[in-house]
Write a new protein. Structure first.
Length: 156
């Protein structure tokens, strides 16, 4: 029997692979990207909230300190409370190892550096390190409060 009489069909190619739906690997990559994006967004929001809340709370606390001062007029107590507030804010916002051990002139220079001028070491802020050792310190309360407000506003 001759071979040309056989009833053979032509070569049958499979259908091309469709682009949709993607393979399971692409679904896993998409899921990973979505989860990573959510995690980054959540961490960033949490970090910003912490930074903003420290600043907001400090501004509110400074206002309370000033209001209390207007009632008791005790400058030593005002200086003490302002100094404690500034230290707490620094420990909350800046790395602890950079701020915890600062005293005296180094403390004022750090505050100047974060403020961008020398109003702490050369202006009203100098009272933060000299007033606790004076019997009756003479300070410009309004200037000190404005200085602290400016410093808090400058925090990021």
């Amino acid at each position: 029997m001759p071979t040309d009489t056989l009833d053979l069909r032509d070569i049958h190619l499979p259908d091309p692979v469709p682009w949709w739906p993607p393979a399971i690997g692409w679904w896993l990559v998409l899921l990973g990207v979505i989860l990573l994006s959510i995690l980054v967004f959540w961490l960033r929001k949490r970090w910003l909230k912490k930074q903003r809340s420290a600043k907001f709370i400090a501004q509110k606390k400074l206002k309370n300190i000033h209001n209390k001062y207007q009632q008791h007029k005790d400058q030593k107590l005002l200086i003490e409370e302002v100094s404690v507030l500034l230290r707490r804010v620094c420990l909350s916002v800046f790395p602890r190892e950079n701020t915890a051990g600062l005293i005296g002139e180094r403390w004022l220079i750090f505050l100047d550096d974060t403020l961008g001028d020398d109003r702490f070491s050369e202006g009203a802020g100098k009272m933060l390190i000299t007033a606790p050792y004076e019997m009756e310190p003479e300070i410009d309360v309004a200037e000190l409060i404005v200085l602290c407000k400016d410093w808090l506003e400058g925090l990021k």
